[in-house]
Design a protein around this ligand. Structure first.
Ligand code: MG
Ligand code: MG
Length: 320
């Protein structure tokens, strides 16, 4: 098996929709399952366990957004705590966690579970990550309550992974305020083409490598992918891959809540997945922001399922 030595993938549904915006992302995990993620992985030789969905209220289930610069914070934090715990358990049982979102706040829950306390053999008590991170997204998701336009926490998980934002959000997974889940030098954003005012300063201040679509256009995806995998695995034990389906062009992935023109082609995204699989370093993954209500058929979920298969080792010619 080419992926981190384990042969069992645990699917974890995270139907998290706690943000203002078009409804539908809570049905993402169901759409991804319907697209045959499990069977595609089984065809590659994996055992697949499905842990079902974690519980998450929708905005309609709540009394309202509360904190206008961090909407639904009070409801979202316990959901992401649950997700982090389920991911941590999967990791401790030697499974490869594959989180099916849900909006992209699930990236914070997933990474917090992968890097949180409880990992024996780490002199720092497990508080410093030994994972690299490749974050594939049209958006840096590095807003803070100070820079946000929408107040949506789904636009803030990357900042929170580096300790920036509301204390409760940055503390998901039992981390102390200000803690980093991963090292900035092992973190790469790919596909970025829509950055809010002030958000670029947060990204620069954190110090992560940002590969914009302009860089993809100028250098080509192959060069960008090589840099990303090298940086994510430089001195780490492996990498986490976090895929927001709005990284792809809306022509291939129309079913997302915040589509942005000028995105990755299917082939560019697949190349990244193939290279990650080839590296042998994939330890966990989340994929989300699939919004079935905005989709054309189930095309976006099917594209996502195909990308997952490539990240776990599917090749065009399997025997080469
Ligand atoms: Mg995102
Ligand atoms: Mg996005």
């Amino acid at each position: 098996m080419g992926v981190s030595g384990s042969s069992t993938v645990r699917l974890i549904g995270a139907p998290v929709a706690l943000a203002d915006g078009p409804a539908g992302v809570e049905s993402g995990p169901a759409a991804l399952r319907r697209a045959g993620i499990a069977v595609r992985l089984e065809r590659l030789g994996y055992r697949v366990e499905d842990a079902g969905d974690i519980e998450s209220p929708t905005p309609a289930d709540t009394a309202g957004p509360g904190d206008t610069r961090a909407r639904y914070l009070a409801e979202l934090v316990p959901v992401l705590e649950d997700l982090a715990a389920v991911v941590r358990q999967a990791r401790e049982e030697g499974r490869i966690p594959l989180v099916l979102g849900g909006n992209h706040s699930v990236g914070l829950g997933a990474l917090s579970g992968m890097t949180g306390a409880g990992d024996p053999g780490r002199g720092d008590g497990g508080r410093t990550a030994s994972l690299g991170l490749i974050w594939v997204d049209a958006h840096p998701d590095a807003n803070t309550p100070e820079t946000t336009v929408t107040g949506n926490l789904s636009g803030m998980p990357l900042a929170a992974l580096f300790g920036r934002g509301r204390r409760a959000y940055t503390g998901v997974g039992g981390f102390v305020p200000g803690a980093c889940r991963v090292r900035p030098e092992n973190t790469v954003l790919i596909g970025v083409r829509s950055v809010d005012e002030g958000e670029d300063e947060v990204v620069a201040d954190i110090g992560v490598r940002t590969c914009t679509m302009e860089e993809v256009d100028r250098r080509g995806m192959a060069a960008v992918v090589e840099d990303a995998v090298r940086l994510a695995l430089d001195g780490t034990d492996g990498l986490h891959l976090s895929v927001d389906m709005d990284a792809l062009d809306p022509a291939v992935a129309p079913g997302v809540s915040v589509p942005e023109p000028g995105g990755l082609t299917f082939r560019e995204a697949r190349l990244l997945m193939e290279r990650v699989a080839e590296s042998g370093g994939l330890r966990s993954m989340d994929i989300g922001e699939v919004n079935p209500r905005r989709d054309v058929g189930n095309r976006t979920a099917e594209t996502a399922a195909e990308l997952v298969a490539s990240a776990f080792g599917k090749r065009i010619l399997p025997n080469r």
